[in-house]
Ligand binder design. Structure first.
Ligand SMILES: [Zn+2]
Length: 294
């Protein structure tokens, strides 16, 4: 690279001439060796520039940046665009645009993580592999009648059995956005282990966070955790989104066998219908009931 912008003409398998764009005396001729056609040999040329170096170099493109800084991208997936620009400027003395840095980052992450589209097309293979390596797991792929992907639920058997054997019956639920080609949201259920650390139980990829998807997720989770009587279980949610507004009433619904707390359900319904802030009282009553039943 040498920070000079070069032109190549002719440039084919038999011969190549490189010359400086600023028309200084630099040039070189190269062609394959007679004895080894896979090796290119410089036959003649003037290898000294008389021009100044360029700080904008077309040879430093997104692919070049991605490949030359692959180890940094591998070490830091969240390497910021400003950091990439600064690194190229410091090492190569070349300015690159934010768009070029962004493209370099996406190319590098694609090389490291693989192509997201091809990974999604192998979702059923992934399910079979998980079932082979973790027998007894619950891996569900939910599709429409036309075969369009809807949701993906995972509860690995070792995590489930470990949770049931050694953790308190306390489950925290939350969701977050997925920043990928297909978007969607991730719903997850976590517990607390003996070291007060987060213990993953199950997770699901869904199109969006709404009541139907939470209901689908909670019903499978209830089967996985063998919840037949809600008196010994406590659930927690941040309840910050409108789509979760009926979460508590959902947990307390008789269909999930969470239906022992009629007063709590009533308070939640009053909260949902009238917008009256009875949530603290509901939570207090609910946790008191749970702790009392435990
Ligand atoms: Zn030159």
């Amino acid at each position: 690279m040498n920070r000079y912008v070069m032109s190549f003409k002719p440039n084919n398998k038999k011969k190549c001439k490189a010359f400086c764009r600023k028309r200084c005396p630099f040039y070189l001729w190269a062609s394959p060796m007679v004895t080894d056609k896979n090796t290119v040999q410089i036959k003649t040329g003037v290898l000294k520039h008389e021009c100044t170096r360029d700080h904008v170099n077309k040879h430093v493109n997104a692919y070049w940046v991605a490949r030359n800084y692959l180890e940094q991208f591998r070490a830091d997936h969240a390497w910021r665009i400003a950091g990439i620009i600064q690194a190229v400027k410091s090492n190569q003395e070349v300015d690159i645009s934010r768009l070029k840095a962004y493209r370099a980052k996406s190319i590098a992450l694609r090389i490291i993580d693989g192509d997201e589209k091809s990974q999604m097309s192998r979702l059923y293979d992934y399910r079979l592999e998980l079932l082979k390596t973790h027998p007894g797991s619950t891996i569900i792929i939910n599709c429409t009648d036309e075969g369009v992907f809807q949701a993906f639920y995972v509860c690995l058997a070792p995590l489930r059995e470990g949770f049931l054997a050694g953790c308190r019956h306390f489950v925290s639920l939350d969701g977050c956005f997925l920043k990928g080609v297909y978007g969607g949201q991730l719903l997850c259920a976590v517990g607390i282990d003996a070291n007060d650390c987060i213990y993953p139980i199950s997770w699901a990829m869904v199109s969006k966070e709404n009541k139907d998807n939470w209901k689908w997720f909670l019903e499978i989770l209830a089967q996985d955790l063998r919840i037949t009587d809600s008196r010994h279980w406590a659930f927690m949610s941040d309840r910050q989104k409108a789509s979760k507004a009926e979460f508590f009433s959902l947990c307390l619904s008789p269909s999930l066998n969470f239906g022992n707390y009629s007063m709590a359900t009533l308070l939640v319904l009053i909260y949902n219908c009238l917008g009256v802030s009875l949530l603290p009282f509901t939570l207090l009553y609910w946790f008191w009931m749970v702790m009392w039943q435990c």
